[in-house]
Ligand binder design. Structure first.
Ligand SMILES: [Zn+2]
Ligand SMILES: [Zn+2]
Length: 267
């Protein structure tokens, strides 16, 4: 078996993705409860006990709410940056007065690659209003996969990381017009739209139309807003931008959902 990627949950109520090679299984973010994570893995025929490690992109609740329980139950290493760990521990301590303990904690730094089993992991900085937020690329069995959600815009440094990928999981958070006229308070709208907020359908389409190298077989649209987006709107905008690039062959567009896991994509 080669590489497979399965999004267990995606959106502002919880994010969790499994990247797996023939020997190694990584849970990227732990934003749904332990019970729900196990349930969704089992439904996909996956054994939670076979997970090798948990990787955290940033400390926002929708990426870490299941972390403590998952780490305790599975007894596997948790990887995050030092600044993310500080912010995460501070937030939890503020809530319960006690500092949360992770038995196996490993720190990484943005821009410095490391290895988990036979998967090469490269964390890269993304513009988002968290302590030290990152996206990841993964390399195993000759394939390259990227995950980049929770970013206010797409700087050149991120576009560089997305080159040569066989599978992209990218944020397509909101339709700008829906957000503008929607029910969010103005302060929240401003946050989402800011350079450290979330990526709009249009901003992602701009990347597809200009800088994208067209290499991927699959593109998964992720972290869609339930309030300010429609899956079909996001898909249409992405496909339109991609179809303008006549040299592209594959680039099948798929949607990650909040309520149910996506069928894993296998190479
Ligand atoms: Zn976030
Ligand atoms: Zn998020």
């Amino acid at each position: 078996m080669g590489v497979s990627v399965g999004v267990l949950a995606s959106g502002s109520r919880g994010n969790s993705t499994i990247v797996q090679s023939s020997t190694t299984r990584i849970l990227v973010d732990a934003g749904i409860s332990c019970r729900e994570t196990f349930k969704r893995m089992k439904a996909a025929g996956d054994d939670p006990q076979a997970l090798s490690a948990i990787l955290i992109t940033h400390e926002h609740t929708d990426h870490v709410s299941g972390l403590l329980v998952l780490a305790r139950k599975l007894k596997i290493p948790v990887f995050m940056t030092g600044a993310t760990h500080q912010a995460w521990a501070r937030a939890l301590r503020d809530a319960d007065g006690e500092r949360p303990e992770l038995a196996q904690l490993e720190f990484f730094s943005s821009g410095r690659g490391f290895q988990i089993g036979d998967i090469g992991v490269m964390p890269f900085t993304i513009p988002h209003d968290a302590a030290d937020p990152v996206g990841f690329t993964f390399r195993a069995d000759g394939m390259k996969v990227a995950i980049a959600t929770d970013l206010g815009y797409m700087p050149p440094s991120v576009r560089d990381q997305l080159r040569g990928c066989d599978l992209l999981v990218l944020e397509s958070n909101h339709d700008v017009e829906m957000l503008r006229v929607g029910s969010y308070p103005w302060s929240v709208k401003q946050r989402v739209m800011s350079r450290v907020g979330h990526l709009s359908n249009a901003a992602l389409a701009e990347f597809f139309a200009t800088d994208y190298d067209g290499h991927a077989s699959y593109i998964v649209l992720a972290h869609l807003s339930e309030e300010n987006n429609h899956p079909e709107l996001a898909r249409r905008e992405a496909e339109k931008a991609l179809s303008g690039r006549r040299t592209l062959l594959h680039n099948r567009v798929m949607l990650a959902a909040q309520a149910e896991p996506m069928q894993p994509i296998r190479f």
